[in-house]
Design a protein around this ligand. Structure first.
Ligand code: GUN
Length: 289
């Protein structure tokens, strides 16, 4: 039987609607909407699209979304000065600096200059540490979105075997922490992992976040496994000159074996922005008791 398709697009739409309601209620109480500042340095085309989408979604949820677009040659000190201004601005509840940053800028220094209580991306070292030891903080948007989909699909994750493929700070590592906090048995796989197919075949949950198009095949999966595909890869399409988006999972072979699977597009992708809005609302609520 073909796998159930996990509707990330629909789930994200529901989450955005709930956030919009929460934002409206908070505004009625404190006299202003929650505010998110999104900072982009340079002209990376994918980052421009993401930043535009984040700002637009923020405003559509009834929040104040402000985009700051700085030239590629911006010096680190100017970026730090902007962060200091945003940290001090009481109308700003969330600050996000889009990654990657140009080579002359030390990305971790910039992230760690953000007030940790406005760090809605959850990348500040303090929030990374809070996640590791189970304290309240901000959790990176993409892995938190994946966890929401997994819990909606499976309920209790306790005791399940999970393999996270990819060890990035943005997805793989926080994803593993979140699964561990749900009492799953977690393995993080990466480019040096031996016999990845055999490892995946033992897993009840596979989260693929490596950026390698169509890497995970159906015969790597345990029948009935739940598969979360974080990959967004643009590859050549069937017609000359056309491209298409594919995940890190070979969807066609995987769906014949898995119990449930996220598609690409309309799976994990829409969750990232929805969770960003949710984190911004949470920040505003925390800051206003
Ligand atoms: N670049 C790729 N993903 C992300 C993300 O979730 N947040 C930020 N700030 N930059 C990114």
């Amino acid at each position: 039987m073909a796998a159930r398709i996990i509707d990330g697009h629909g789930f994200a739409a529901g989450l955005r609607a709930r956030v919009a309601e929460g934002a409206e209620a908070l505004k009625a109480r404190i006299g202003r909407a929650p505010g998110l500042a999104v900072v982009l340095v340079g002209e990376d085309p994918a980052s421009q699209v993401y930043v535009g989408a984040k700002g637009k979604a923020t405003r559509e949820a009834g929040m104040a979304g402000t985009e700051y677009r700085l030239p590629a040659e911006t010096e680190q000190d100017s970026l730090l000065a902007l962060i200091a201004r945003l940290n001090a601005d009481p109308a700003v509840d969330g600050i996000l600096v889009q990654l990657p940053l140009p080579a002359q800028i030390d990305a971790q220094a910039v992230i760690d200059a953000i007030d940790p209580d406005k760090d809605v991306d959850g990348f500040h070292a303090l929030n990374v540490g809070r996640l590791g030891i189970g304290l309240d903080g901000f959790v990176p948007c993409t892995p938190l979105g994946c966890l929401m989909l997994l819990k909606a699909e499976l309920g209790d994750l306790s005791g399940l075997d999970a393999v996270v493929i990819g060890r990035s700070n943005i997805v793989g590592k926080p994803m593993a922490q979140l699964l561990l906090a749900e009492s799953a048995t977690v393995t993080i796989a990466h480019s040096r992992t031996r016999d990845l197919p055999a490892l995946c075949r033992r897993a009840d949950i596979v989260v693929a976040a490596v950026g390698r198009p169509l890497m995970v095949k159906g015969d790597w999966l345990k029948p009935g496994a739940t598969v979360i595909d974080v990959g967004i890869n643009r590859v050549a399409g069937a017609e000359p000159g056309k491209t298409r988006l594919v995940g890190d999972v070979d969807f066609d072979s995987a769906r014949a074996v898995a119990g449930a699977i996220t598609p690409v597009p309309r799976g994990v992708g829409p969750m990232t922005i929805a969770v960003l809005l949710r984190n911004t609302l949470v920040s505003a609520c925390r800051r206003h008791g």
